[in-house]
Structures are given as C-alpha cells and as structure tokens.
Design a protein around this ligand. Structure first.
Ligand code: AP5
Ligand code: MG
Length: 214
C-alpha cells in the first residue's frame, strides 16, 4: 500500500503517518525528519536545508526528489510506504509519478488531513519534539508522562525552530501557494481521500483505517 499524507503544517500528518506505519507494517518516510536528522549530524545536505527550513521555506526540489526516489527503491519499501511531507510541489509530484510509472507502480491513496489555518498556530506553539528520536508530543493534546522528558527514549524535548508563530505563518503561506494544488492533482488521479483533522487524533486515525481497510 503506497500512501501520501497531504495537509498543512501541523495538520497531524506525522502523528497519523506513524500510526499507519505501525498498523500496516510499512515504513514511515518523512522528508522533514530526514532533513532534521541531517541538520543534527551536520551533513552537507543538512547545512543546505537548514537555511530554508528556519525561514519556513521549502528546500529546493533538486535536493529533495532524488532523496525520496532513492529511499522508496529500498527493500523495506517493497510492500509500500507512507510518505509524510513529500511531495510538496507539483514538480515533486510529477517526479514521483514518473518514477513510479517506470516501475509499473502507482500511489494508492493520498490522504488530505484537513485543518483550517486558525487551528494551526495554536497547535504548533504547543508541539514539543524529542531532540534524540524525533518523537512528537503536544503540551495539551499529547502530553508526556514526565515533564520535559521523551516517553520513548528519555531524550530532552524542544520547541522546533520553525514552530515560532512568525515562521508558522510563512509555512502556511508557502503551503497554500505550493502544496495545496496537490489536492487537485491527486483528486484528478482518483486517489484523493479527505479526513477531518480537527477532531481527536484517535478519531482521525479511525477515519483513515475506515478508508484503508482493517
Ligand atoms: P515537515 O517536518 O514535513 O513539517 P510540516 O509539513 O510543516 O508539518 P509538521 O511536521 O510541522 O506537522 P504535521 O502535519 O506532521 O503535524 P504533527 O503530527 O506533528 O517539514 C519541515 C520543513 O522541512 C518544511 O517547512 C520544509 O522547509 C522542509 N521540507 C520537508 N519536506 C519537504 C519537501 N518535500 N520539499 C521541500 N521542503 C521540504 O502534529 C502537530 C501537533 O499537533 C503535534 O504537537 C501533535 O501532537 C498535535 N496534534 C496532531 N493531531 C492532533 C489532533 N487531531 N488534535 C490535537 N492535536 C493534534
Ligand atoms: Mg511532521
């Protein structure tokens, strides 16, 4: 099963993608997580990506597409995957479609997690991410058991650099300009499914399972 998660920054793509990956035993591939790991490790890719990410801008397609095409060609992707944060532009979507066409494959579902802008800034300011394993929490909606400590690995928790309100506004503008057109792209392809992302995260997941099958 090949799945794409669509939705604004903070809509809950990562939250839902992790649950999908666990339930259907397929890899969760987040370009944002890949870039953040590269930044943490001080790689050349990380250094290039950081300047764009901190401003809330997209990392250029030429740094992103080959990375994903290479990743989905790996053995663990043979039974499918859930892509989170890719594609994010029409050229990225076209590159993905072409790469899959060459393999005689196609995307099965593009799930749009729909959350209006007014809910987003609020959500992002409450998000906390683990510096070590990248697990995501929320001060109010997904709290940790011990304050400031990751439930999974015991690492420290931070507010992501790009989750400051002024940067979130930029990310929303970029989303509407460059990423939202993908909803129509995948609708035309006949694979678009929409879920309401404003409800409780377990109920969002149930709506997704209803689409994908138990
Ligand atoms: P990326 O890491 O993909 O960030 P994003 O798309 O902006 O999305 P987020 O990760 O911020 O939000 P999410 O939808 O995953 O929400 P989450 O589940 O965490 O990208 C970061 C940057 O990298 C980009 O800005 C860009 O620069 C670059 N980049 C990445 N991919 C790229 C690409 N393909 N091309 C170019 N550049 C790229 O949830 C958010 C919070 O809300 C959490 O605290 C969560 O606990 C909470 N929450 C989730 N669901 C609910 C719910 N139902 N109710 C209440 N709270 C909820
Ligand atoms: Mg995410």
């Amino acid at each position: 099963m090949k799945i794409i998660m669509l939705g604004a920054p903070g809509a809950g793509k990562g939250t839902q993608a992790k649950k999908i990956a666990a339930k259907y035993s397929i890899p969760h591939i987040s370009t944002g997580d890949i870039f953040r790991a590269n930044i943490k490790n001080g790689t050349e890719l990380g250094n290039k990506a950081k300047g764009y990410m901190d401003k809330g801008l997209l990392v250029p397609d030429e740094l992103t597409v080959d990375l994903v095409v290479d990743r989905i060609g790996q053995d663990d992707c043979a039974n499918g995957y859930v892509l989170d944060g890719f594609p994010r532009t029409i050229p990225q979507a076209e590159a993905l479609t072409n790469a899959l066409n060459e393999l005689g494959a196609k995307i099965d579902y593009a799930i749009d997690v729909d959350v209006p802008d007014e809910n987003i800034v609020n959500r992002m300011s409450g998000r906390r991410a683990c510096v070590d394993c990248g697990a995501t929490y929320h001060l109010k909606y997904a709290p940790v058991k011990t304050e400031g400590v990751c439930d999974t690995c015991g690492g420290g928790l931070i507010l992501r650099d790009d989750d400051r309100p002024e940067t979130v506004q930029n990310r929303l503008t970029v989303y509407h300009d460059q990423t939202q057109p993908l909803i129509e792209y995948y609708d035309t392809m006949g694979v678009l499914k929409r879920v309401d992302g404003t409800i409780d995260m377990q109920d969002v997941f149930q709506a997704i399972v209803d689409i994908l099958g138990a």
